[in-house]
Design a protein around this ligand. Structure first.
Ligand SMILES: NC(=O)C1=CN([C@@H]2O[C@H](COP(=O)(O)OP(=O)(O)OC[C@H]3O[C@@H](n4cnc5c(N)ncnc54)[C@H](O)[C@@H]3O)[C@@H](O)[C@H]2O)C=CC1
Ligand SMILES: O=C(O)CCC(=O)C(=O)O
Length: 444
């Protein structure tokens, strides 16, 4: 059995219920096998893969809070500090009822390589809770965030571990978490990113993941003789990533015809009216169904199925495993020629392989959505020097980062005789950077 296969099977055996973590382990480790084979003796002796797949630290804790009826509720909190070879642990917090240790570990493992791709000094981590902010009052969300921070503050800091948002954690939650950190520690520092602009947040962080996705997609299309101008785009999700992906795609001349949430999806052939969608999602905290009730050109469909739309480019921006093999077949049948992942691991492994086998341009999440964490790292820099940069400065650095990431994927895929396989390009580029740093730092 190869070293990679040994490590995959041992890790699965030791962590049997962590199915999403198994999925990313398979994707990443199988595509870097060629590099591992070249260095097998040294990697085995130094247990490089064993150290890579085992988090440096994982913290699980109780989060008790009081709801509006006076009832005590108890949720579970997690912070997985996966790898600090390149810098302080960095990665978001997810608040969603589906959260468990397997999901946080998959996200944390992906984050290691994503952060490496940005070339910025950030290690990989992730956290969250099975708390569901949906339907909770602001006071309940605050009570939860304060309780969460009461435990997690002792493990984080601006040079140790810097959490941020993810699903269910936006500006409101980051504000509550920051306030509690400051109260407990007496420190006003860049311990979280995605903060409000008046207390250390960076311009363009809110837009960064969605904008970055489009900058990278644009590069991928350009390198393959295509452009976004005049193309039809199907997008899933209607949260932070989807919103700013839609906005930038429209600015680049594309017609975006869909969005979704966990209840269903909308199809609007005249193009998504982003002002209406944002009003429903951000102000009313409503469902995408309301969009179709208010806009004549739109239809609403309950459940899944957003990938059955005829389009040129698809951008999954909702959640993991939202695009399966049947969806991938529908995309190919409907003429989609490019897929770029805004969400983390939205495409199942068999769907990814089907798309690659059918020569669909495919930008994997750890490259395509790295713009968010890249601007988070720029927020850390601004906090460290106690300065604010302009929107244009940050946006230009974001654009440059995404252009560089694509260039790295492209050249690595060519170097390993797999031109156009950006999954392999991303995994090998990220892996080499992390492992070089780990090796230089000794056995830690
Ligand atoms: N916010 C950020 O900066 C980054 C987010 N991501 C990833 O992007 C994805 C979306 O995150 P955000 O937009 O930040 O979260 P969000 O909480 O702002 O929005 C999530 C959206 O996905 C939808 N959704 C959730 N579960 C769904 C399901 N089962 N089916 C269909 N829709 C579903 C929700 O209704 C919501 O519209 C996640 O995979 C996240 O990990 C990745 C990089 C950075
Ligand atoms: O901005 C950050 O630190 C986190 C972003 C994130 O969670 C992600 O890239 O998945």
């Amino acid at each position: 059995m190869s070293y990679v296969d040994e490590v995959i099977s041992r890790t699965i055996k030791e962590n049997p219920s962590e199915v999403e973590f198994h999925q990313t382990l398979n994707e990443v480790l199988k595509s870097i096998e060629v590099v591992v084979d070249e260095n097998e003796d040294a990697y085995r002796r130094n247990a490089v893969l064993e150290r890579l797949v085992n988090p440096e630290r994982q913290i699980k804790f109780r989060v008790p809070w009081v709801d509006d009826e006076g009832q005590v509720q108890v949720n579970t909190g997690y912070r997985v500090q996966f790898n600090s070879a390149l810098g302080p642990y960095k990665g978001g917090l997810r608040f969603h009822p589906s959260v468990n240790i397997g999901i946080i570990k998959f996200l944390g493992f992906e984050q290691i390589f994503k952060n490496a791709l940005t070339r910025l000094p950030i290690g990989g981590g992730k956290g969250g809770s099975d708390f569901d902010p949906k339907g909770k009052s602001d006071r309940e969300v605050m009570a939860f965030c304060q309780s969460f921070m009461t435990e997690v503050y002792r493990h984080i800091g601006d040079t140790q571990d810097v959490p941020a948002g993810d699903i269910g954690v936006g500006a409101r939650e980051i504000g509550f978490l920051f306030g509690e950190y400051k109260r407990i520690t007496k420190r006003f520092e860049g311990v979280l990113t995605g903060k409000g602009l008046s207390f250390g947040g960076s311009l363009a962080r809110t837009e960064a993941t969605g904008y970055g996705l489009l900058y990278l997609t644009n590069e991928m299309l350009k390198a393959n003789g295509q452009s976004l101008d005049g193309k039809t785009l199907s997008v899933s999700g209607s949260g932070n990533v989807a919103t700013f992906a839609i906005q930038k795609a429209q600015e680049l001349g594309a017609n975006v015809v869909s969005a979704s949430d966990s209840s269903g999806w909308i199809y609007d052939p005249e193009g998504i009216d982003l002002k209406l969608l944002r009003e429903i999602k951000e102000i009313r905290r409503g469902r995408v169904k309301e969009y179709a009730e208010e806009r004549k050109s739109a239809e609403y469909h309950e459940g899944t199925g957003v990938w059955s739309i005829k389009a040129d480019v698809a951008l999954p921006c909702a959640t993991q495993n939202e695009l399966n093999l049947d969806d991938a077949k529908a995309l190919v049948d409907n003429g989609v020629f490019a897929v770029a992942e805004g969400a983390n691991m939205p495409t199942t492994l068999d769907a990814t392989n089907y798309l690659l086998d059918n020569n669909i341009l495919f930008a994997p999440a750890k490259a395509a959505n790295a713009g968010g964490v890249a601007v988070s790292a720029l927020e850390m820099s601004q906090n460290a020097e106690k300065l604010h940069w302009s929107f244009e400065e940050v946006d230009n650095l974001l654009k440059r980062t995404m252009v560089n990431i694509f260039s790295d994927l492209d050249s690595t895929s060519k170097q390993y005789d797999a031109e156009g396989n950006y999954v392999l390009g991303a995994n090998i580029t990220g892996f080499k950077r992390v492992v070089d740093a780990m090796n230089a730092q000794g056995i830690v």
